[in-house]
Design a protein around this ligand. Structure first.
Ligand code: AMP
Length: 265
């Protein structure tokens, strides 16, 4: 695996691959990698000749400074996981490298950023779209891979790519879960032990109510509140061209967890 920081180095390496007609797959991440990220790398390896992973903790997508500052990091472990996963190129840009990439972005995502995470995390998706656009400009991949764990993010990025006529395909990968059902997330390590025990209830509630024809969402919310969650939202939503899903965001202490599953009503 080649590990690079400079865009110029990245571009010249990828140009040699592109000249050989090799397809470039791309997995953007914020690091502190787990099996969820590695499942994206696995899909990328299956679909493309070259797998590029980026690690960049994007300050502009955090609404709370404390959340950005406490975001977990372990570059050595990330490198070793990616070596084992046979990633070809790891790109770890600095903030100034990222900000040097010109931004000429049409932000119109058909108001799909006004609901769910967009309604609760003001400015979050603007930060996400800007950084992903810049990452795409640097890597110019054929296919980029995103997790269903962040389903609204996947939908918005697909829309941004289409509106801005970027020449790449966006594919989604199902959510990887711990054995107890908790969606894997870098933030899970920040949970206090007593909160970690409760956390799987989030997915249990989604599983239970997503199969009901007329789910009693107040009852579902109360079930979470009784367990100790501070619920931000529990809402069924259907993005255009996608199946209906049940989305949840809730806090345990300082840690904000999100999850979603298909729903059948
Ligand atoms: P992050 O490092 O949290 O920004 O995530 C990088 C990518 O990994 C995003 O496309 C996420 O949706 C995806 N991802 C994060 N957690 C999971 C998971 N548990 N299962 C599948 N994909 C995930």
């Amino acid at each position: 695996m080649k590990t690079l920081t400079e865009i110029s180095e990245l571009k010249s390496l990828l140009t040699t691959y592109k000249k050989e007609n090799l397809t470039i797959g791309f997995v953007p991440t914020m690091g502190f990698l787990h099996q969820g990220h590695l499942s994206l790398v696995e899909q990328c390896k299956k679909a493309c000749d070259i797998c590029v992973v980026s690690i960049y903790v994007n300050p502009s997508q955090f609404n709370e400074k404390s959340d950005f500052e406490s975001y977990p990091k372990n570059e050595q472990n990330d490198k070793s996981l990616l070596e084992d996963a046979k990633c070809d190129v790891l790109w770890i840009p600095s903030q100034s490298e990222i900000e040097s990439i010109p931004l000429s972005l049409n932000y119109n995502v058909n108001d799909q950023d006004q609901v769910l995470e967009g309604a609760f995390r003001k400015g979050h998706f603007k930060g996400v779209l800007e950084v992903v656009y810049r990452l795409f400009k640097a890597v110019e991949p054929n296919i980029a891979f995103f997790g269903e764990k962040d389903f609204q993010q996947f939908v918005l990025i697909k829309t941004m790519v289409s509106v801005n006529k970027l020449p790449l395909k966006i594919l989604s990968v199902p959510t990887s879960r711990e054995e107890d059902g908790l969606a894997m997330s870098s933030r899970n390590t920040l949970l206090k032990p007593e909160h970690r025990k409760i956390a799987p209830e989030l997915n249990a509630v989604l599983q239970l109510y997503s199969t009901e024809l007329k789910p009693d969402l107040d009852k579902a919310k109360n079930q979470l509140i009784k367990k100790g969650f501070e619920v931000e939202y529990l809402i069924p939503h259907q993005f255009s061209k996608e199946g209906k899903r049940l989305f949840v965001a809730a806090r345990l202490g300082n840690v904000r967890l999100i999850d979603n599953v298909p729903c059948f009503s």
